[in-house]
Write a protein that binds this ligand. Structure first.
Ligand SMILES: [Zn+2]
Length: 468
């Protein structure tokens, strides 16, 4: 984060309710609120800090010339998880790196977004565990500027879809798919009804019974659709529209055809010229084996994944309700503009649990060098007088296991803790032994035991560590 000009700060773990009421998030579920005696709660324990940091930026910004503002912290967050599991994998308290950016306009905010994506690639490359960057839903912001960062693992709770032809990777809510082959038999059809924002158009979304409709996919076809209106209100509001203004749009999922069993039309509507029908549109959640909706060629593969990071272009989602704007001179006038934001999370404690899960083997943990508690365990099995000089020349991060235990036990326990290497200072000193834990990062098997002269120890260890 420092490399892309983010500055570290530390926000309070407590956040006052005002900002959360303004953004409509005070009453969201899974928030810990603090009860103060008999009073209604005024504070919550932060699950994330958009409200807090936007209000901070509001106080800190005196002029548009101070933009961009880029801030991050690594601090505890709290979420009242209904299903905590796997220790650090999903807990009610967790450690998160959360970053926030503030820019003058969308163009600059998207540049910031791209630079953070670059930094995330370097972070995850450095961790040395294979990862995928999946296109994710950007909620009510729209656009494609939201990505989830995942470790693929069978124990993961998320699903990501990847195309074997164009390489597109996305989470399930963002994966467009087409049927594997034309469905010949007529299957049962389900329907969900929506209204447009101006309430004049009834949108009927038809999809195969048994599949899951994704309303956001319908919104791609009918952008001014109002999501979240209960179906009984849809018909009530539509019935109040003047007959001549009424329109109907029928959206047919790509898996349907003329032989499908369509339900009866729910309202009297005889003006056929006001009915538009869109066919061959993917509006249900993808299933493995279907055709990729991006390239319309490749086959989709589904894999389980553990989400460990999320990057998000926010636009004015928070700056608008919280009133974060700046005066900008433009063509001799002063224009007041909302500040454009992005937010960027990494689940620090979750990554520890995920890497432990993914990298362990039957000997125990196996940490990549970047997060191993030490790079090397040093074990002494000699009283040679040259030892103290040998230590002074060790140019790597090591611990000495000086316990009165057997050599074999010390090596075994170092391996169990996941330390990448053990260096044994034994009877043949100044010749020393190096035992390497686990596999190389590039997948090539690692020679597990080496025998080198003490003069070559640091170079040898550091060369080995590059791949771990
Ligand atoms: Zn594709």
């Amino acid at each position: 984060m420092d490399s892309v000009q983010f500055e570290e700060l530390s926000l309070s773990l407590l956040s006052y309710k005002t900002g959360w009421i303004k953004t409509g998030r005070w009453n969201q579920s899974e928030v810990f609120k603090l009860v103060n005696g008999d009073h209604d709660p005024d504070y919550l324990l932060v699950p994330t800090c958009e409200e807090e940091i936007t209000q901070y930026a509001k106080q800190a910004l005196d002029s548009y010339k101070q933009l961009p503002l880029r801030l991050y912290q690594i601090k505890e967050k709290f979420r009242n998880e209904k299903r905590p599991r796997g220790g650090l994998l999903r807990g009610k308290e967790f450690l998160m790196k959360d970053g926030y950016s503030f820019d003058l306009d969308e163009e600059r905010a998207l540049e910031t977004y791209k630079s953070v994506v670059g930094a995330y690639h370097r972070i995850f490359d450095d961790l040395g565990v294979p990862y995928v960057k999946a296109q994710a839903d950007s909620g009510d912001i729209g656009g494609d500027m939201s990505h989830e960062w995942h470790y693929l693992n069978a124990t993961g709770e998320d699903a990501v879809f990847s195309c074997d032809s164009c390489g597109h990777v996305s989470n399930q809510e963002k994966t467009l798919s087409l049927p594997q082959e034309a469905v010949s038999a007529g299957g049962d059809v389900s329907v969900k009804y929506f209204l447009t924002m101006d309430k004049t158009t009834l949108v009927c979304a038809y999809y195969p019974t048994g599949r899951t409709l994704e309303p956001k996919f319908v919104q791609v076809e009918v952008p001014d659709i109002a999501l979240g209106v209960p179906e009984e209100h849809v018909f009530e509001q539509f019935s109040q529209v003047d007959e001549l203004s009424k329109r109907v749009v029928r959206v047919m999922d790509a898996r349907l055809n003329s032989r499908s069993n369509f339900p009866d039309f729910p309202v009297d509507f005889h003006n056929r010229s006001m009915i538009t029908t869109l066919t061959d549109v993917p509006i249900v959640l993808a299933e493995a084996g279907e055709v990729c909706g991006e390239c319309e060629r490749g086959t989709l593969r589904e894999q389980r994944a553990i989400e460990v990071g999320h990057t998000f272009y926010l636009g004015d989602k928070y700056s608008k309700p919280l009133g974060l704007s700046v005066d900008v001179p433009e063509n001799g006038k002063v224009v007041n503009k909302q500040v454009m934001m992005g937010c960027y999370g990494i689940g620090v404690s979750r990554i520890v649990a995920a890497i432990a899960e993914i990298s362990r083997d039957n000997e125990g943990l196996r940490w990549p060098r970047s997060i191993a508690p030490w790079e090397v365990t040093v074990v002494e099995a000699t009283k040679d007088t040259g030892l103290s000089e040998a230590y002074s020349r060790m140019q790597f991060d090591y611990r000495v296991d000086g316990r009165d235990e057997s050599l074999g036990l010390k090596v075994k326990q170092s391996n169990m803790m996941g330390i990448p290497m053990v260096v044994i200072l034994g009877k043949r000193f100044p010749m020393v032994d190096i035992e390497v834990r686990g596999r190389r990062r590039d997948g090539q098997p690692q020679e597990s035991k080496l025998h080198v002269h003490i003069d070559d120890l640091s170079d040898t260890v550091n060369n080995l560590l590059i791949h771990m």
